[in-house]
Design a protein around this ligand. Structure first.
Ligand SMILES: Cc1ncc(COP(=O)(O)O)c(C=O)c1O
Length: 364
């Protein structure tokens, strides 16, 4: 089976984990510090703070942005649920804005209409590894004095106009979950250029501690262990190689699948470098997705659906006043997306298998 995701774990990762085990110091320590330094350099920002998930990264960024009870945060209805849950965890309200049908990202032209005097921040998501329209987004945020918290959990290494994710917003949030472009099992990173925000995040990830057993505010245990840090340090060294391999596979699929009328291939908007966390096609309405995926599976191709439903239909979000029909683009695309394997272990021969399986599945 050509799986939809498969982490690359090599000798370097094994050796690095062993070193930590041998050192006897497994909690947050030198490996995490090394990761933070290298991550900040890679993204081109002043600070990178490691935490133990992408969800924690978003929670920390929202806290450092000053989001709290009664505030509103504008975001997309088409993402993983972890984009929205941290907004709720701080007592704030997610205000959803429909997406662009070509990029799957928040439709920036609809954001201004959603801004109220309670709006504190915007969370754009670089879905599947493609940044959203940052020029327009930055203009809107500056005009209304809003913070931008980039959910770059799927987009390490992606760029808008030559600027890397993590350096585009006031905060960048990354996930190192096992299936991400680089990973350490579970982990996350927040980036920022603000010294004050970095201090707030350092405290928030450690129970609100400001100095030894002094707690200035409510905080959490969001620390990353050095075991995880050690894997992440090695993975970050390979990020460009992994990205090149994903992009190579995506380009091969673009060529092999061109001209098939029943599917729409991924589009890259101008000024963007897409890192293909997912290579996502859209099926024509005439194709039953479940059958299509089952046929691919029979031919050894593991396809995925990210995500089968938009977020506003889940009970804890819909009870905020949302209903089916509110975000027609997100609802339509959620019913038709299929992601295909492009991870670094996928070979040219695999691409041929995937392309042939798709051609047969649409003609069946
Ligand atoms: C867009 C997006 N946001 C947030 C997250 C949360 O990351 P984690 O699973 O590391 O908490 C993920 C990944 O799972 C994601 O894909």
């Amino acid at each position: 089976m050509i799986n939809i995701a498969s982490p690359v774990i090599e000798e370097e990762e094994r050796r690095a984990v062993n070193e930590v085990i041998e050192s006897g110091m497994l909690a947050q320590g030198p490996k995490v510090a090394e990761l933070e330094e290298n991550w900040a350099k890679y993204c081109g920002v002043k600070h990178a703070l490691a935490v133990n998930s992408g969800t924690a990264a978003i929670h920390c960024a929202l806290y450092a942005a000053g989001v709290g009870e009664g505030d509103e945060v504008i975001t997309t209805p088409y993402s993983f649920i972890a984009t929205i849950n941290p907004i709720l965890m701080l007592g704030a309200r997610p205000v959803l804005v429909d997406i662009d049908e070509e990029t799957f990202n928040i439709d920036v032209s609809k954001i201004e209409a959603a801004i109220t005097d309670k709006t504190k921040a915007i969370i754009p998501v670089d879905l599947y590894g493609q940044p959203c329209d940052w020029k327009e987004l930055r203009e809107i945020a500056d005009k209304h004095e809003l913070k931008i918290i980039e959910d770059a959990c799927q987009a390490i290494g992606a760029e808008y106009d030559g600027v890397k994710t993590g350096a585009l917003g006031d905060f960048g949030c990354f996930s190192l979950y096992a299936t991400k472009n680089i990973m350490c099992g579970e982990g996350g990173v927040v980036t920022t250029n603000s010294d004050d925000a970095a201090a707030a995040i350092r405290s928030f990830r450690q129970h609100g501690m400001t100095s030894s057993y002094e707690y200035a505010d409510l905080g959490y245990n969001y620390r990353m262990s050095d075991l995880h840090g050690a894997i992440a340090v090695e993975q970050l060294k390979k990020v460009e190689d992994f990205t090149n391999r994903r992009q190579h596979n995506a380009n091969m699929l673009n060529e092999a699948l061109a001209g098939i009328e029943e599917i729409v291939l991924p589009k890259i908007a101008s000024n963007r470098n897409h890192v293909y966390h997912q290579y996502t096609i859209l099926l024509d309405k005439s194709i039953r997705r479940d059958d299509f995926i089952a046929k691919l599976r029979e031919k050894g191709v593991g396809a995925g659906v990210y995500y089968p439903k938009p977020l506003h239909v889940y009970p804890h979000i819909s009870k905020l006043g949302y209903k089916v029909g509110d975000f027609p683009v997100a609802e339509d695309l959620a019913a038709r997306v299929v992601s295909l394997p492009v991870h670094p272990k996928v070979t040219d021969a695999d691409i041929e298998v995937i392309a042939n399986a798709i051609k047969e599945a649409v003609n069946d």
